[in-house]
Design a protein around this ligand. Structure first.
Ligand code: TXA
Ligand code: MG
Length: 354
C-alpha cells in the first residue's frame, strides 16, 4: 500500500517528514518533491533499496542515479576528491538545480552508479527534500518519479498516476518550481561538460568557472557516432502517447504553419493538440490548444512543459504541434526536453507539409 502524505512546503510538518524519513532508513521507497521535479528516493547506502527503485520505475539498469544531500559535509563520504571548480560551483549554486559528477568513493554502491566509477550529486533547495534527507540521516538516491519513458512528474498527481502501489510513501508538496530536471555537469574532464541542460544555464556556469562545453549529443537524435556521456540521455524520454512535432522558424510563420498542419490533420480525422504560448494562443481556432507559458518569461514554459504533455495525453490527442523556442539560457533545457518528446521530429515553417 502506498501512503500519500500532504506536506506544506513553506512550513513542513516535522512529524510527517520523520514518518517518511523512517521509511527511507528502513529500506523503503519515498517519492518526494524537489524544486525541479519529483524524485523517487531510497537510502544511497542500501543496495537492496536502490534496486527497488529500478524495478518501480522500470528503469534500465545501465542508467545511474543522482545522490541527494542536505549538508556539504555529506559529500566527503561519497567522492574521492572535490576539485576547486566544484567547490566554487557548490558555493554559488547549492542548494539548487545543479548536479555535479565526481569520482566516486568506495562507499557508493555500484548499483547506484550503474557500474561507473563516477557519481552524480546534488543538494536540492526544496524545503521538504532538504528536511527529508536531513532527518533520514543518509544521502538519498533519487531519479525522477515517473515510469521510465514518461514525462517527469512536476506535481504529486503525476507521481500518483505513475507510481501508486509501487512505492511506500508519496509526499505531496504541491507543484515543482522549476519543472525541468537539474543541470548535469561533468567535472571529471579537463573542460567541464553539460550532460543535461537545466535551470542553472550554460551562461550562468560560464560566468562562474569560465570555459564550459555542451555535450554535442544533446540536441541531436542519438547516433552511433555521438554517444552521450550521460547514459540517461540516450533513452527516449518525456514522451506523451501522441506524436509530437516541433514547428521551427519565425514565430509568425510558425503560427501559420501550425494552423495549416492542424487543418490537414483534422481532415484526416485526427485529434490535434497545439502547444501555444501567451503570445500566440488567440491566433489558433481549431484543435486542443494549451498555453505552455509566456515567451517573455521562459521559466514559465519550463515549469509547465511536462504537465502540458501529460494534459495532451489526457485529452487523447493523436498529434501535437509545438511551437519552438530560443536555444539560449533556459531555452536550451526547454528545447532539449521538447526535442526528446518529439523524437527530434521538426517541421520547418518555411518547408513543405510532411
Ligand atoms: O532534477 C533532478 O535531477 C531530478 C530530481 C529528482 O533531483 N532527478 C533526476 O534524476 O532527474 P534522473 O535519474 O531522472 O536523471 C539523472 C540523469 C540521467 O540522465 C543519468 O544518466 C545522469 O543523470 N547521471 C547520473 N549519474 C551519472 C554519472 N555518474 N555520470 C553521468 N551521468 C549520470
Ligand atoms: Mg528521469
Amino acid at each position: 500500500m502506498t501512503k500519500i502524505v500532504r506536506v506544506n512546503k513553506n512550513n513542513p510538518e516535522i512529524e510527517l517528514i520523520d514518518f517518511a524519513a523512517k521509511v527511507i532508513k528502513e529500506g523503503g521507497l519515498v517519492a518526494f518533491p524537489t524544486e525541479t521535479v519529483y524524485g523517487i528516493g531510497a537510502n544511497s547506502f542500501n543496495e537492496e533499496a536502490i534496486k527497488k527503485i529500478f524495478i518501480a520505475k522500470g528503469r534500465p539498469q545501465d542508467n545511474p542515479l543522482i545522490v541527494h544531500i542536505a549538508e556539504l559535509e555529506q559529500i566527503y563520504d561519497l567522492v574521492k576528491e572535490v576539485p576547486q571548480k566544484a567547490k566554487t560551483l557548490m558555493k554559488k549554486f547549492w542548494p539548487g538545480p545543479l548536479t555535479l559528477i565526481f569520482k566516486k568513493s568506495q562507499k557508493v554502491p555500484y548499483v547506484n552508479t550503474a557500474g561507473m566509477d563516477t557519481v552524480a550529486i546534488r543538494m536540492p533547495s526544496n524545503t521538504i527534500a532538504h528536511l527529508l534527507i536531513k532527518r533520514a540521516e543518509v544521502p538519498i538516491s533519487a531519479p525522477s518519479a515517473n515510469v521510465s519513458g514518461k514525462p517527469s512528474p512536476t506535481d504529486a498527481s503525476h507521481v500518483i498516476e505513475d507510481l501508486y502501489g509501487k512505492v511506500d510513501v508519496i509526499i505531496d508538496g504541491g507543484k515543482c518550481d522549476v519543472g525541468v530536471e537539474s543541470t548535469v555537469l561533468d567535472l571529471t574532464e579537463k573542460v567541464p561538460v553539460i550532460l543535461r541542460p537545466g535551470a542553472v544555464t550554460l551562461e550562468m556556469l560560464r560566468e562562474v568557472i569560465g570555459n564550459v562545453e555542451v555535450d554535442p549529443s544533446l540536441l541531436k537524435k542519438p547516433q552511433e557516432d555521438l554517444k552521450p556521456k550521460s547514459p540517461g540521455m540516450k533513452y527516449k524520454h518525456y514522451s506523451p502517447n501522441a506524436e509530437v512535432y516541433i514547428v521551427t522558424g519565425d514565430l509568425e510563420k510558425v503560427v501559420k504553419k501550425i494552423q495549416e498542419l492542424t487543418e490537414e490533420q483534422l481532415k484526416y480525422g485526427k485529434k490535434v493538440g497545439i502547444m501555444a504560448t501567451v503570445q500566440t494562443s488567440t491566433q489558433y481556432e481549431k484543435g486542443e490548444i494549451i498555453v505552455v507559458g509566456d515567451r517573455n518569461r521562459p521559466e514559465t514554459i519550463a515549469k509547465n512543459l511536462f504537465e502540458v504533455l501529460r494534459q495532451f495525453d489526457k485529452k487523447g490527442v493523436d498529434v501535437i504541434f509545438a511551437e519552438s523556442f530560443e536555444y539560449d539560457n533556459i531555452g536550451l533545457a526547454i528545447m532539449n526536453r521538447l526535442e526528446k518528446a518529439a523524437g527530434y521530429k521538426e517541421i520547418s515553417a518555411e518547408g513543405e507539409l510532411p
